[in-house]
Design a protein around this ligand. Structure first.
Ligand code: SF4
Ligand code: SF4
Ligand code: FES
Length: 267
């Protein structure tokens, strides 16, 4: 486990590229104390919680996925010295602060109903039957305060109580299923699982169909692109790279909807 107080300046001619899990520290980065499971570690002040823990010697086998704030695997609860408040964040997105007391919450044992989306009725009653605990919500708003994605959790729960599936689906769109909301709920609701059901119902039964997508899927099924795919599959790496570099490309600053490729045979 590393325990340095300053980090060595990187060699000047080394390329400064962060690769995978590697933390590239600025020259002279200072360290600060953080506490992981009650034990103190000195870590560079520029790192995210996740990288700081790796710097301190931890290896993530669970509780780490995308490292980009999308997968919901790294919810973290922390308290800061002298502060009564609990704070919440994603370990891969939140930068360390001095004297953070950290606890990882990679999984929360929330109730998850079993259903077959092919057979379910897209009605509020179906949601209420699968998740009757929805009505245990007391509107305390602890869930919204805990959400690292800024989702208005109470609002989507209220929409579902009122039977508005479309509103709940839209309000919960940014949910990454991290479980922090459920961890704070005095009504013991699994908010994110309920909202996921609402989004599934909305996507499958309520949202208008994308006709252009259906047309393209039918074209794929009809074999329109088979010959092209066979041709691409038979090319060497060099031939593919050349083709890629010479492809027609939409100009970066083209006004939306104004550009069309000259070769329209695959549109
Ligand atoms: S709604 Fe709940 S599960 Fe979804 S991102 Fe927010 S806290 Fe996490
Ligand atoms: S934490 Fe639970 S009880 Fe409180 S508002 Fe959210 S869903 Fe309702
Ligand atoms: S690792 Fe995916 S959200 Fe943090």
């Amino acid at each position: 486990m590393a325990n340095a107080h300053t980090c060595e300046a990187p060699t000047a001619n080394l390329q400064q590229v962060a690769t995978g899990d590697r933390a590239i520290l600025p020259a002279g980065a200072k360290t600060i104390p953080i506490y992981v499971m009650g034990k103190k570690y000195e870590v560079p002040e520029t790192l995210t919680i996740m990288k700081a823990m790796e710097y301190a010697g931890f290896t993530f086998l669970r509780g780490c996925g995308c490292r980009g704030g999308i997968c919901g695997a790294c919810p973290t609860v922390y308290r800061k010295e002298g502060d009564y408040k609990l704070h919440f964040g994603l370990a891969c997105q939140t930068v360390v602060e001095p004297n953070m007391y950290l606890a990882q919450l990679p999984f929360y044992p929330a109730n998850r109903a079993v259903y077959d989306i092919e057979k379910i009725e897209p009605t509020p009653e179906a949601i209420h039957a699968l998740y009757p605990e929805l009505f245990r919500c007391v509107a305390c708003n602890s869930c919204s305060k805990a959400c690292p994605m800024g989702v208005e959790v109470l609002d989507y729960i209220s929409a579902l109580k009122q039977g508005d599936i479309a509103k709940a689906a839209k309000l919960s769109f940014d949910c990454i299923q991290c479980g922090l909301c459920a961890s704070r709920c005095m009504g013991e609701l699994p908010q994110y699982h309920i909202a996921q059901l609402a989004r599934r119902m909305y996507g499958k039964f309520i949202m208008p169909r994308a006709e252009h997508m259906q047309k393209r899927a039918a074209e794929i099924d009809s074999g329109k692109y088979d010959a092209l795919l066979d041709q691409l599959s038979g090319m060497s790496k060099d031939e593919l790279e050349k083709l890629y570099k010479e492809r027609e490309r939409e100009p970066d600053m083209a006004a939306q909807g104004t550009w069309m490729p000259q070769d329209k045979q695959y549109l």
